[in-house]
Write a protein that binds this ligand. Sequence first.
Ligand SMILES: Nc1nc2c(ncn2[C@@H]2O[C@H](COP(=O)(O)OP(=O)(O)OP(=O)(O)O)[C@@H](O)[C@H]2O)c(=O)[nH]1
Ligand SMILES: [Zn+2]
Length: 210
Amino acid sequence: MADKEQPAERTPFFVDKNAPHNEVDFARIESAVREILEAVGEDPDRDGLLETPERVARMYAEMFAGLKSDPGRHLAKVFAEDYDEIVLVRDISFCSMCEHHLLPFTGKAHIAYLPSGKVVGLSKLARVVEEVARRPQVQERLTHTVANLIEDRLSARGVAVVVESTHSCMTMRGIRKPGSLCLTSAMRGAFKTDPKSRAEVLGLINRAAS
Ligand SMILES: Nc1nc2c(ncn2[C@@H]2O[C@H](COP(=O)(O)OP(=O)(O)OP(=O)(O)O)[C@@H](O)[C@H]2O)c(=O)[nH]1
Ligand SMILES: [Zn+2]
């Protein structure tokens, strides 16, 4: 006897398995997106929009992949090193989501720290930025969260984080000011208290690439 026909399985969503991944509720996002499309006067059943709710759900899973993770885990592995001058990684690109409008803000983060007997792998600084960015955010919180993590986990004598970014909610809607740039900084330890250290690190961050 032929097997009873099974209900068609849904195509599994593609999520980049290598990327940090937050378990979002795909079905709820899909139905909400469908609702929004209808509310703006669109027909969610027209050909071009049929897969849009799924796509948006996948996009949110990706954009909010850092929501529940601890970005500080990237700073757990350190190397003992007798180096106590500035370590700076400049121009770490990132893309985050403004929590007010759920529109992207994109830019660069510059991270410097003064080690105290231990250094961290350089890529880990970029991993921290990447993960803190993948949450509904404001730029100020992104900036000081990264600074606090580095200060705490590395026991750094000084930390400087400077973030520059363009907010889509200011460029494509509302006040509509393309080209406007938002700069934020968080200074900790010697970079906060010692004007010479602060001037030195800001000089390195602002130095034009050769
Ligand atoms: N401080 C801060 N503000 C942000 C950030 N991203 C977006 N905003 C601002 O959040 C504010 C939200 O203001 P509201 O008055 O509640 O919203 P709105 O009516 O859409 O504001 P407009 O953008 O002025 O049209 C806006 O001024 C945005 O520019 C951020 O990272 N930090
Ligand atoms: Zn916004």
